[in-house]
Ligand binder design. Structure first.
Ligand SMILES: Cc1ncc(COP(=O)(O)O)c(C=O)c1O
Length: 401
């Protein structure tokens, strides 16, 4: 009765999450040190202001008059956001979507036929597998090298390109390594993309959260023939429930025209973006500017706290993140799955083993976008458990938060 795809769409709960669920069933609180939902960590768009904006916006939408690319005023606001960052984008080449995850599906559908290939970073946030399955695309990993601060192995990336390759996914700042792709790497990628006629899909959802740097190098405006820049409100304004994102296309005129015609039809088939949210977007951008600055300052503070604790407790090597919410902890020698489950069992802290991200063993991945008070309690407990495991005395470090 069901499709072959449907038979592959039944993810099983892994042992770590089964343990987490059993704690929750017993009403034992679990400290989630991995969720990217920063609302839970106290990052909130001011509620009253949001209500005012949404009420005003809903009055603009009493009569439904959809635009298949998305409301012009919202697309202009997106273009203005980029012009404030030195990137010139035409609102006609911007498509609104209900978030970056769906933008990926549109990109894959735009670029690739069944069996065609998209190059994706490895390790990576585990978002693409199901999107690739749904779109019939084959994902071909390209390596990020930990010893080089998770830089792209450009030679191996180019060696992985085949006649079926259609695009390269770039995530910067990267989830979960925290790597910000350098301007030099982007120039190399753009040159490779031009030589092999590939599009670059640039996932910039963490663009506003940079650590120790002011500007994000972007593929838009590079020599790549076609760049789809993806972003949305979920991280930058801590509005994941607003379901507002975009794809901003740049590159060669003839490719842009063809791409936008197809994207417009894909989007027109569903018209999936809430009209009130679209009408609210310009004001959210305007009001959100100072909020965004405040969020990114707080995220840097969170990292500083986490770094201080990790450095003072020792025992965990890490590559310092240049952006985003995540850090990869290298466990040299320990079993990452055992470490993650011991940390959950003893400290009631949820943190991921690296294999969730296709990372070579042995690593843990955590989000430092947390309440400072939680970091101050959870991180010493976590590192004590790791030291206990190393010393072979895990029971010594039992400490529930
Ligand atoms: C790298 C990356 N891209 C995309 C997304 C999804 O973004 P959205 O909430 O806009 O769908 C996430 C979510 O955490 C992410 O980490």
């Amino acid at each position: 009765m069901f499709s072959r795809i449907a038979s592959r769409l039944h993810g099983e709960t892994n042992p770590l999450y089964r343990l987490r669920d059993s704690f929750l069933r017993q009403s034992v609180p679990v400290h989630d040190l991995i969720s990217g939902n920063i609302n839970e960590q106290g990052f909130l768009f001011p509620q009253e202001r949001l209500e005012e904006i949404l009420v005003r916006a809903s009055r603009e939408c009493l009569i439904y008059r959809p635009d298949s690319l998305g409301r012009k005023s919202a697309r202009e606001a997106v273009a203005e956001f980029y012009s404030g960052r030195g990137v010139s984008l035409d609102p006609c080449n911007i498509l609104l979507t209900p978030g970056t995850s769906l933008s990926y599906l549109y990109c894959f559908k735009l670029l690739a036929d069944e069996g065609d290939e998209i190059l994706c970073p490895q390790p990576s946030y585990p978002l693409f597998d199901y999107i690739a399955l749904l779109s019939g695309v084959r994902l071909i990993p390209y390596r990020l090298v930990e010893a080089e601060g998770w830089a792209i192995d450009i030679d191996r990336l180019e060696a992985a390109i085949s006649t079926r390759s259609r695009g390269i996914v770039l995530i910067s700042p990267h989830n979960p390594t925290g790597r910000v792709t350098s301007a030099e790497e982007i120039a190399c990628l753009a040159e490779i993309a031009a030589r092999h006629e590939l599009a670059i899909i640039s996932d910039e959802v963490f663009s506003e959260f940079l650590i120790g740097r002011k500007a994000l190098p972007r593929p838009a405006g590079s020599s790549a023939p076609l760049v789809c820049t993806l972003n949305g409100f979920s991280k930058m304004f801590a509005l994941p429930g607003m379901k507002f994102g975009w794809m901003a296309l740049s590159g060669e005129r003839s490719l842009l025209d063809r791409a936008m015609r197809s994207l417009e039809l894909i989007s027109d088939t569903f018209l999936p973006v809430n009209e009130t949210v679209q009408a609210a977007a310009p004001e959210i951008f305007r009001h959100g500017e100072s909020l965004r600055t405040d969020f990114s300052r707080r995220i840097v503070q969170c990292w500083n706290i986490a770094q201080e604790i990790l450095d003072s407790t020792g025992g965990c090597h890490y590559v310092k993140p240049q952006g985003g919410f995540y850090v990869t902890l290298s466990l040299d020698g320990l079993d990452e799955e055992e470490a993650a489950s011991k940390i959950l069992d003893r400290n009631h802290i949820l943190i991921h083993p690296g294999y969730f991200y296709d990372m070579a063993p042995a690593h843990l991945v955590m989000s430092f976008a947390q309440k400072p008070e939680l970091l101050r309690v959870a991180l010493p407990a976590l590192t004590a458990t790791l030291s206990g495991l190393r010393a072979g005395h895990p029971a010594d470090c039992k400490k529930n938060l």
